[in-house]
Design a protein around this ligand. Structure first.
Ligand code: DGY
Length: 331
């Protein structure tokens, strides 16, 4: 029987998302959806503002700012915004709440992938892997030398976590077998349940900076955490410490980080996230050997990205049916 699709709720999908998510939308028979059919360039803002007019649901990724302008352009039909991300700093929660729009997001399914990448980035930075391959390839590899390309090891170290949530715990669990001596963390308040799992001690931000041999940022970007990693923090860190950020670039003051890295205030930094993204190739941070920069790939495994797209699609469909989503943000 041919169904009249034109009566179904309308959805706009802002990206060509991985196939698992698309298939769920297609097979549901519950929505008619239009898609920005590219993964290489984000939908231009002007086009997005046009396309969202009158939609009931929106499935987006982190490159789309979901703010008052966009919500006004969408209009009063919009009931659900589902983002294919765990981060939600691109969503204006206040504006969404004001309009009674429900929000889905994708925590947990990416925790393993992000923790794994964080460990990889930490090791690449502390053991200077990128510098090392470059030297090997470009003729810098002379005789075996006693202190050449030496770095810092995890054994016997103190690892600090700024913002202890699921991802911070998963990182600590993976680092523990490297014989880390002590885990410490800071957050707005102690999180004993999570901390117990990794035997981590709650400390102030100052103490975190002072004690950490490896400092891994795992917090969400909020007005409170914006540029929380600044001169004040870096100046308290040891000059043998490694700074790692796989959360959001906005938690770091990049000028202060550049200063700390270029003056030897800290030993190295590994960043998966920056401001802006992409970081222009002319950015001073790219000139530093002790700074490893990745293009926001922490959750980038095939299985995780498919799981994220499936969760985002299911959240959207459940929301449009006025049912509880699998993962819904409390506004
Ligand atoms: C997120 O989900 O917020 C990441 O930054 C991309 O996986």
């Amino acid at each position: 029987v041919q169904r009249d699709m034109s009566t179904l709720p309308r959805v706009y999908v802002t990206r060509q998302i991985p196939s698992e998510g698309l298939k769920i939308l297609q097979d549901s028979g519950q929505v008619q959806f239009e898609l920005w059919d590219s993964d290489d360039v984000p939908v231009p803002r002007k086009e997005l503002l046009q396309k969202v007019k009158g939609v009931d649901g929106l499935l987006c990724v982190l490159t789309e700012k979901i703010d008052a302008e966009l919500l006004d352009a969408a209009g009063s039909n919009l009931k659900v915004v589902s983002t294919m991300s765990v981060g939600f700093d691109h969503l204006s929660l206040e504006e969404l709440k004001k309009r009674g729009i429900r929000v889905g997001y994708t925590p947990e399914v990416l925790t393993d992938a992000v923790a794994e990448l964080t460990v990889a980035l930490l090791l690449a930075t502390s053991r200077r892997l990128i510098e090392a391959t470059h030297e090997a390839k470009t003729g810098g590899w002379g005789t075996w030398r006693t202190l050449w390309l030496c770095g810092y090891e995890l054994a016997n170290s103190t690892v600090g976590i700024l913002g202890l949530g699921r991802i911070g715990v998963a990182i600590a669990e993976r680092l523990a077998p490297f014989k880390v001596k002590k885990f410490i963390y800071t957050d707005v308040a102690p999180r004993p349940e999570l901390a117990k799992a990794i035997n981590a001690e709650y400390v102030t931000l100052d103490e975190l900076a002072k004690q950490s041999d490896f400092l891994s940022v795992c917090c969400a970007l909020t007005p409170e955490t914006k540029e929380i990693c600044n001169k004040n923090l870096f100046s308290k860190m040891k000059n043998t410490s490694i700074f790692i950020n796989t959360s959001r670039g906005g938690v770091v003051n990049q000028e202060d980080l550049y200063e700390a890295l270029s003056t030897g205030q800290i030993a190295g930094a590994g960043l998966d996230v920056t401001v802006p993204e992409p970081l222009p190739t002319s950015h001073p941070l790219f000139t530093l050997k002790n700074c490893v920069i990745l293009p926001h790939i922490a959750s980038a495994s095939y299985s995780t990205r498919n799981a994220m797209s499936a969760l985002a699609a299911n959240n959207l469909l459940l929301g449009l049916r006025s049912q509880p989503m699998i993962k819904e943000l409390k506004l």
